[in-house]
Design a protein around this ligand. Structure first.
Ligand code: DLL
Length: 431
């Protein structure tokens, strides 16, 4: 049983009290890590004197760069022989950031994930296929352990080898799947190549979609194409990985597991708190992690907090779908935009296929945007899509005020990546 009712539906004041108790010990533990003990003494912060959650506002934020600069062990707060696991973030630029766990950390992480899975209706007896990467990436092992704790039968298929994925689903009657949204889309092409119908020829009931931005429209498309319930799952390596925030059956915002994470939402420019309902950058403090406590960690992820309680009865705060990362924001011809805005427009066209990419170039000293997008059905002569091209151009223009060049491509022609989808290729000349 993983309905942790007492915690999940705790009275909000009680939840804040629990957070304060946990925050106090988290700060004392953090003080054992070289980085935080130096930081606390530099800014004159005494972790023993904390009396409210707001007290942490006098501690400077921690950023990814701090983790990089104090690589590998500068944030570790326990003796090295207490560490049983490390993971590393998927960042492709600069030095990797590593995160360490004690056995207790792994257990608590597993619980957050098990609780999340249970929330979506995943149960003992389900057959769970985990198509996320195993290894340093947290998507594989994170969900694996959580699903086992729920009692599901886990198929640790890992990513790639799409024909085998489909065979596994068919042979073992997979009912729940953990999958990147971009891969769930791509797999549809493979079903088609095999003349199989994902609605009838496999038995999927639940999908956990996460690890990359995706629009509500894409979720809907995935859920409809496989005839299953698709739940949004958010997390990041620095906060363990998956199991930070998860949708409940309402599918309206993700509950942040506040008994493990203290969340702030700030204006990414001014770093001032933003009110509920307004989009800002998520900042997290780990409340229970032993090996590597992180205090006020800036995620760069942009979302808003729902001001009202969830009809499901869970009292833990809900956040919106991630709108993008503050460092993903594109400035094209002087206009600020997020790639997800384009995805939302594309998904509105039923003839659009399963993959797209935004290319930015400099042409005659000006920014130029090209949207490469696959169509659903291949055509010998792509000119049949001329009308669609124009419609997409106009719809994008009305969303972001920029007229893109649109290239419609045959299904499967955009280069595939095994990990998270690369949605933007920025080839612009830097000044
Ligand atoms: O992606 C952890 C994870 C694995 C989450 C599996 C969910 C499922 P990282 O590789 O460190 O960890 O990347 C974290 O991915 O800061 C977001 O920018 C993005 N991200 C994660 N989940 C979502 C989501 C894992 N549901 C970074 N929607 C985060 C949008 C997401 N973006």
């Amino acid at each position: 049983m993983f309905w942790e009712k007492e915690i999940e539906t705790m009275d909000v004041n009680e939840l804040r009290k629990l957070q304060l108790e946990r925050l106090k010990s988290a700060l004392l533990r953090a003080n054992l890590a070289p980085y935080y003990s130096q930081l606390f003494s530099e800014v004159g912060f005494d972790p023993a004197k904390v009396s409210s959650l707001e007290n942490i506002q006098s501690i400077p934020f921690t950023a990814k760069n701090d983790l990089r600069e104090h690589y590998p062990y500068g944030f570790v707060a326990v003796p090295r022989d207490e560490i049983v696991r490390m993971h590393s973030s998927s960042g492709t630029t600069g030095r990797a950031t590593v995160v360490f766990h004690t056995q207790g950390d792994v257990d608590r992480w597993t619980n957050f994930v098990a609780r999340s899975i249970y929330t979506t209706g995943g149960r003992k007896g389900d057959v769970f296929q985990n198509t996320m990467g195993y290894g340093l990436f947290t998507g594989g092992l994170g969900l694996h352990y959580g699903a086992e704790r729920v009692g599901m039968m886990v198929i640790p298929s890992g990513p790639g080898n799409s024909v085998r994925q489909i065979n596994l689903m068919r042979d073992f009657g997979t009912t729940a799947v953990h999958i990147l949204p971009s891969y769930a889309m791509r797999l549809l092409d493979v079903f088609e190549e095999l003349s199989l119908d994902p609605k009838k020829d496999v038995n999927l009931k639940i999908a956990f979609l996460g690890a990359e931005p995706h629009s509500e429209e894409m979720r809907q498309k995935i859920a409809d194409s496989y005839d299953m319930e698709a739940y949004n799952s958010y997390g990041l390596t620095e906060m363990n990985g998956p199991g930070v925030a998860f949708e409940c059956p309402e599918k309206d915002g993700m509950h942040v597991w506040e008994d493990g994470f203290l969340m702030e939402v700030i204006d990414p420019e001014t770093a001032e708190p933003v009110p509920d309902g307004e989009v800002g950058e998520l900042v997290f403090t780990t409340l229970t992690r032993e090996a590597m406590p992180l205090i006020r960690y800036r995620t760069r992820d942009l979302a808003s907090v729902y001001p009202d309680p969830c009809p499901c009865g869970r009292t833990h705060l809900r956040i919106s779908r991630i709108k993008g990362r503050s460092d993903d924001m594109l400035i094209v011809k002087g206009v600020n935009m997020f790639p997800i805005q384009i995805e939302t427009v594309l998904m509105g066209f039923p003839d659009i296929g399963r993959n797209y990419q935004i290319i930015l170039e400099t042409k005659e000293h000006m920014d130029e945007m090209t949207i490469n997008v696959e169509v659903l059905r291949s055509a010998d002569d792509m000119r049949v899509y001329e009308g669609l091209k124009k419609q997409i151009g106009a719809a994008v223009r009305s969303e972001i005020l920029i007229t893109p060049k649109v290239n419609l491509l045959q299904p499967g022609s955009i280069e595939k990546t095994e990990g998270k989808a690369i949605r933007v290729v920025d080839k612009r000349e830097k000044e």
